[in-house]
Ligand binder design. Sequence first.
Ligand code: LLP
Length: 431
Amino acid sequence: QEGDEVVRENMLHINGVSAEYLVNKYSTPLFVYDVNQIRENARAFVHTFESLNVDYQVAYASKAFSSIAMLQVAKQEGLSLDVVSQGELYTAIEAGFPVEKIHLHGNNKNIEELEMAIEHNIGCIVVDNFYEIDLLKKLLDQHNTEMEVLLRVTPGIEAHTHDYILTGQEDSKFGFDLSSEQADDALSQLIQSDRIHVQGVHCHIGSQIFETQGFVLATRKIYQMLKSWKEKFQFEAKVVNLGGGFGIQYTQEDEPLPLNQYVISLVETVREEASQHGLSTPEIWIEPGRSIVGEAGSTIYTIGSIKELEGIRKYVSVDGGMTDNIRPALYQAKYDAVVANKMDQPKEEIVSVAGKCCESGDMLIWDLEVPKVESGDLLAVKSTGAYGYSMANHYNRFAKPAVVFIEDGQDHLVVKRETYRDLTQSDLSYE
Ligand code: LLP
């Protein structure tokens, strides 16, 4: 430091830990989570519900990122858990997650999944279709037990990032259609069973949503239905679950609402609708995934080859790609990144970040402004905490990266880097 001039640190630090230290210790590509930030996000939801004096559950949608350590953090924060498969349920049980707070989703739950849920007596099953109702009834008879359920409906509102569309004819593989008799038929089949206890309804209108209007419209539709269910079936919902989908910031272009705003709006709308229809305020449940872990995670890569096409483009390749982050290839998702070892240098070139998979579409970021880059530099892609590791795959037989948690300046390895032996361990010889 010279005089008053602040010398900027050249190295990126994540929750006090330098990227260089992490890379030397764990190598790249590496997923790094700031656990303090995960907890802050979880608490933003929980504290807002608490302050509004309403009964609630915040169920972490574990599809966003599931690992034993992550589910233990969710447990410590008092969250409930949304699982969508036997693998996610198994992980929850391995993590010691309280079974009564686990909710099982899925549009094609199989016998093994339902049996595991029944055997562990989980909190509830979110019933999705008629096939499942029959299967569930049969299994509950066989096991001579009971189960709490929510009934998933598709309210005909689909939210796409900034905007939402109202679809007259519902077209979704999930849940019971509200615009026909489907949802009524499902409820009537469920309440006929002594073994099934319908706690309420569920809907999820989409993901990476930046406004509250879609949730308001969905809630209104649900209340029209609940009103009619009171009249037709004398049924009153104890629980209204409005799903997840709260948006996060990937790049400067994204302008999500503060997390508490979503909760305030949901609670206000449910309260208004309930009182307007002469119904009591239910427990309000939500299922945030991305908004809890997304911005808390980043991926550190090492830059390898650099290819310059004079006047056209400079390709900078990293040692991962669509195997650890398929979102750019799958959804044209945009990310921002920094050169982690050149944080103090001015940005002076525009490069495009390529993955190393044998696939032209394996591009992580187009046109990223960076300082002059060289092979060996570290690139940290931001906001990769949701649907990054959880959607990782083995294309080109890449081993999945390691995952490190950092809390209060301390790093902890929570998922080991896969080995090549891991990759071939299920292969059987044919010689
Ligand atoms: N609840 C249900 C029933 C869901 O289907 C989802 C996400 C969530 C909760 C959590 O939504 P979140 O709060 O994370 O937005 N792979 C895609 C996202 C798929 C989301 C599927 N369902 C992506 O990478 O953007």
